[in-house]
Design a protein around this ligand. Structure first.
Ligand SMILES: [Zn+2]
Length: 424
């Protein structure tokens, strides 16, 4: 097979509209290949299968997947990387090494071989291209680590982008947008929200791009509403992780996120069991093409809801509702129950004109610190409101509010709405 990202890309584009029956056949074929390979060549999975007396022949279809135990990042970081690596690979110099810290604070190093890396690149590109980035469009991209060097296709004038640091002062970002007048913008929701807030505060007339793509952070309804109303355009949000690449994305019909079932098997589970359609569960992924370092039933600890409705855009990929929270970013109550990010943030969206951005830190079960970057309309009255919305779920808690000029980003450049110092 030709191993080139553009060749893979054409295949992936076609897959978006294949009958679901064909897509299930692709999944089952890839799954069988992956399970046999992992059993034969990857020490961790061989041990795991032997411990529970499971043989690769026991896994014939996606329906058999439940027989394999669910793992997560802690299982991987608790063992040497070689335990998860294809044991025929003696030197990792020929592999691409990827590190991710995520929100849990644990750093995971994993590998992809060069062949799969080409497919990953195509998988990364698909949501952007099939949602309307033209080959000749100029893209303004605010990211954690902007690249200085242009790639070959960019030197040739295709998919050109202007990349800038996502943590720049929002006034500077607005200037850049006004100068470049991009048709498409890409970045974290928090970056665009901060720009939108500044634009409203200063009443700046702005250039309106055709599409805004957001990724990497959980996009709250509040952020989405504010960004869309200020920039007068719709957001296309994309969901992916380093371990999986882009695996779910919106389309222009906005009926939910299409799951890339040709690249991943996505399950939604609660306490280890599958949830019903329409119910929220943790997202567990089996990455179908990474043979060098397989991820089989890997719990991402993000919360999503599988949907049972087709989309009117013509894509046959099934839908899920937006990511409703990260398990690691949920606030914890005294009785041990948790509240997802969305439910809290949706209650304060109307305070947007007073607050540029915020971060809620749970220091103890009954102690919260809220960092706020205020707009010029901020007043002490707002603090009362914030106290009230937290007290609804945490009536016993002490809430400290601290005003600041800037909220520290993660190493990746992302802003976390929530942080917690509590152990799981
Ligand atoms: Zn659609």
């Amino acid at each position: 097979m030709i191993n080139n990202k553009y060749f893979h890309f054409i295949q992936l584009m076609r897959n978006e509209r294949r009958p679901i029956k064909e897509l299930r056949m692709i999944q089952n074929k890839k799954l069988k290949r992956l399970v046999c390979h992992a059993y034969k060549h990857v020490p961790f999975y061989r041990n795991q299968f032997q411990k529970i007396n499971l043989h690769p022949n026991d896994i014939q279809t996606v329906e058999d997947l439940y027989k394999i135990p669910i793992i997560d990042k802690d299982d991987l970081t608790g063992n040497a990387p070689s335990f998860f690596l294809d044991n025929r690979i003696k030197k990792t110099e020929h592999l691409k090494s990827i590190s991710t810290s995520g929100t849990s604070g644990h750093i995971l190093n994993f590998f992809v071989d060069l062949q799969y890396n080409q497919l990953r690149k195509a998988q990364f590109l698909r949501p952007y291209i099939t949602n309307g980035i033209g080959l000749m469009n100029r893209l303004l991209w605010f990211r954690g680590r902007p690249e200085k060097e242009q790639r070959l296709h960019q030197k040739l004038g295709f998919l050109k982008d202007y990349q800038f640091y996502s943590g720049l002062d929002p006034s500077l970002q607005i200037d850049l947008m006004q100068q470049k007048k991009p048709k498409v913008m890409r970045g974290y929701g928090s970056t665009f929200q901060l720009m939108a807030s500044k634009i409203l505060e200063e009443r700046i007339p702005v250039h309106s791009p055709r599409i805004i793509f957001t990724d990497s952070e959980m996009l709250s309804t509040y952020s989405r509403r504010r960004i869309e109303s200020v920039f007068q355009t719709k957001i296309i949000d994309i969901y992916g992780t380093f371990e999986t690449e882009n695996i779910a994305y919106e389309c222009r019909k906005h009926n939910g996120y299409h799951i890339a079932v040709d690249c991943v098997i996505m399950e939604f589970v609660k306490n280890g069991n599958p949830v019903k359609l329409g119910e929220e569960g943790e997202i567990v992924c089996t990455v179908l093409d990474n043979l060098a370092f397989p991820f089989l039933r890997y719990n991402l600890h993000d919360l999503g809801t599988p949907l049972d409705r087709p989309c009117t855009c013509g894509r046959t990929f099934p839908l899920m509702k937006s990511i409703s929270g990260r398990m690691h970013q949920c606030l914890k109550k005294q009785d041990g129950s948790k509240i997802s990010t969305t439910s809290i943030v949706s209650r304060i969206w109307y305070l947007g004109q007073y607050i540029h951005e915020f971060q809620i830190i749970q220091k103890a079960l009954d102690l919260f610190l809220i960092l706020i970057v205020p707009t010029k309309f901020y007043s002490k009255k707002i603090e009362k409101e914030i106290n009230l919305f937290l007290r609804k779920d945490f009536p016993y808690a002490t809430v400290q509010i601290r005003l600041t000029n800037h909220i520290q980003r993660e190493k990746s450049g992302k802003l976390l709405d929530f942080k917690t110092y509590l152990k799981e």
